[in-house]
Write a protein that binds this ligand. Structure first.
Ligand code: CP
Length: 305
């Protein structure tokens, strides 16, 4: 496979291979082995048209741990600000013969367009509300660490599902692992037509009565709100956020807590939730490196065998 653009195109075997391969990569650096020569001589270009902390830095660390050379293309210091198109930028960068392009852009489908234009392996690091495949994979890896047999277990994804590429990718991969998925959020922000088999809730108590094993909170993305109705942040916290009372219930029922970051404190989560014993939020970040190493190691730039 040359590119990773979305998870729907991966077979179950490919998903399992990426997740299984991430285990020894994680093991290596917990044993303080900082680098392996797997991608020595290869180059990785980071092309981020939107801000990122976790995805950008963990791809960079992952590539360096595989001994690849990493170039950070600074969109905001480049000819992009003079109006250069993505196509021109990619053609220019292609002349430098990069092996991998990791791209984030607000336009859905743009990584696919770049992939058709270049021999480099293109990895989608988030495109609009479409997909964030490596987030989905690292979430699946993290869930499997605490729930080794995930088939039949339940994940409740809470928040602005409509605008969330994380909801799409994470629910897609967890369902491929056999998990049951439900969405919870304000009626205007949860699609009326959920994917087949995904339950839809707008009431927190009804959703909790469904007995999830994992509650996965999405970041409220104020930058993508274009719908008529969005509750005030205080109202959102009251109705859908993890308040101290709800945190106690999660603890009593042994429920794992996840969030892709960055967290809006006081909106999705109360301050106390940051110290919650079953929070997997930091573990998601840590696992992102091993999973992205596995993704880089699995792809074949330029159609190599
Ligand atoms: N989860 C995630 O994509 O975070 P960043 O925006 O910081 O990369």
């Amino acid at each position: 496979r040359k590119d990773l653009l979305e998870l729907a195109s991966l077979s179950r075997e490919e998903i399992d291979r990426i997740l299984d391969q991430a285990v020894p990569f994680k093991d290596l650096f917990t044993r303080s082995v900082k680098k392996v020569p797997a991608l020595k001589g290869k180059s990785v270009l980071m092309l981020f048209y939107e801000p990122s902390t976790r995805t950008h830095s963990s791809f960079e660390v992952a590539a360096k741990r595989l001994s690849a050379d990493v170039t950070n293309f600074d969109v905001f210091q480049s000819s992009v600000v003079k109006g250069e198109s993505v196509r021109e930028t990619v053609e220019t960068l292609q002349a430098m013969r990069t092996d991998f392009i990791v791209v984030r852009h607000k336009r859905s489908g743009l990584p696919g367009m770049i992939a058709r234009q270049t021999k480099a392996s293109v990895i989608n690091a988030g495109d609009g509300a479409h997909a964030h495949p490596t987030q989905g994979l690292l979430d699946a890896f993290t869930v499997k660490e605490v729930i080794p047999a995930p088939a039949g277990r339940k994940v409740l994804i809470v928040g602005d599902i409509l605008h969330s590429r994380v909801a799409r990718s994470t629910s897609s991969v967890l369902r491929r692992l056999g998990m049951e998925v439900a969405y919870l959020g304000p009626g205007s922000l949860v699609p009326k037509a959920c994917p087949d088999g995904v339950r839809r809730f707008t009431d927190y108590n009804e959703a909790m009565a469904w007995k999830p094993d994992v509650v996965y909170l999405l970041r409220v993305q104020m930058e993508r709100q274009d719908v008529q109705y969005f509750p005030s942040l205080r109202e959102y916290h009251r109705v859908y956020g993890v308040t101290p009372e709800r945190l106690k219930r999660l603890d009593d029922e042994g429920i794992w807590l996840m969030h892709p970051g960055p967290v809006n404190r006081g909106v999705e989560l109360c301050d106390e939730a940051l110290d919650y014993g079953r929070s997997l939020i930091n573990r998601q970040v840590e696992n992102g490196i091993a999973v992205r190493m596995s993704v880089l190691y699995s792809l074949k730039p330029g159609g190599e065998e």
